[in-house]
Design a protein around this ligand. Structure first.
Ligand SMILES: [Zn+2]
Length: 336
């Protein structure tokens, strides 16, 4: 059996003809397998969705309870039969509930990793290496220049700034699903135990993480009464990226604009957003993470989905490993 007969790209996304399902389709389809809850992967309007319990819950929180015609939960490691294909979800280490999808038929196994990372993250299950004949990898940070520093060092920069500027409100931009909770968990791991204040757009997902057993410590709303600008002096306030585009952060006393993203390694991106304190924190693999994972799994073939595909394809080719870009479109950098 050729791998392309088991899974191949279509405009809607990766498609399995025998099982008649798509993985992370970008348009409404009859049956969708969803790797995680970020909005470019988890879209509304599918006939049926198969995903982890957490991903289904996150979709309901973000899209409303009627996000799909039907929803079925897949536990990590449990195999589901779809038209004679064996489908198994494995942890991807990207955000809470994120999964790789292993599709198996006639002794051939393809693993679609979705978005994934190898760095430690106390807010989700770690990436599980799954032996694969074909490994499908993302390439968001698929260039040798991308090297993510240790997360503890980046959080250390935030703590040092808090100590140096105790009169300033440290407003940290972070995406609502995954990044915000990871920033909080990293602060707690570094011993920061003061209340952390949340923009309203982050509250439901933070509460959901807490409900799933992720300890985030004391969280309070960042609501400001009139004339109380000083109330958050010296505090940490977390806000979604949209609040940075708006005038929201200017309501605080001497705001220190911090931003947590893998893209903060690119100085121009930090400047564009008016970020004073860039924190290089990514929920994706950096170059070493991508190439290290491929070397570890040693698949017979590599397919590269969204991101900077060409450098990774070339890296594989130089090692005699067949690789090709899938040119899937519709996946943005939303989660970063
Ligand atoms: Zn993602």
């Amino acid at each position: 059996m050729k791998p392309q007969a088991l899974l191949h790209p279509r405009p809607e996304g990766l498609y399995c003809p025998v099982g008649d399902f798509h993985i992370d389709p970008v348009r409404p389809v009859a049956r969708a397998l969803i790797t995680h809850g970020h909005s470019d992967h988890a879209r509304p309007g599918h006939g049926a969705v198969l995903a982890t319990r957490e991903t289904l819950d996150v979709m309901a929180i973000r899209l409303g309870p009627d996000f799909a015609g039907a929803a079925q939960a897949a536990a990590y490691g449990a195999t589901v039969d779809l038209g004679g294909n064996r489908v198994t979800f494995h942890p991807a280490g990207h955000v809470l509930g994120s999964a790789q999808v292993a599709v198996e038929a006639n002794g051939l196994r393809i693993v679609a990793a979705g978005d994934y990372k190898r760095a430690a993250d106390p807010t989700c299950a770690p990436f599980e290496p799954v032996p694969a004949d074909v490994f499908i990898t993302e390439a968001t940070f698929g260039l040798p220049v991308f090297r993510h520093p240790p997360p503890g060092d980046e959080i250390g920069k935030l703590l040092a700034s808090l100590a140096q500027f105790p009169e300033r409100t440290h407003v940290v931009g972070a995406y609502a699903l995954g990044k915000a909770q990871r920033v909080i968990a990293l602060l707690r791991a570094a011993g920061y135990d003061a209340p952390i204040h949340l923009h309203g757009a982050l509250r439901r997902l933070c509460d959901y993480y807490v409900g799933r057993g992720v300890d985030l410590g004391p969280l309070e709303d960042a609501t400001l009464a009139r004339g109380a600008r000083e109330r958050f002096a010296g505090a940490v306030v977390l806000a979604p990226p949209s609040a940075f585009a708006a005038t929201w952060i200017r309501r605080f006393a001497e705001p220190m604009a911090a931003f947590a993203s893998g893209w903060m390694q690119v100085r121009a991106r930090a400047r564009q957003r008016g970020v004073e304190l860039p924190l290089i924190l990514s929920d994706h693999c950096d170059w070493d993470g991508l190439t290290g994972t491929i070397a570890e799994l040693a698949p017979a073939e590599v397919w590269v989905t969204h991101g900077r595909e060409e450098a990774l394809v070339r890296w594989c080719a130089l090692r005699g490993l067949p690789a090709r870009p899938l040119h899937l479109v519709g996946y943005e950098d939303e989660a970063e």
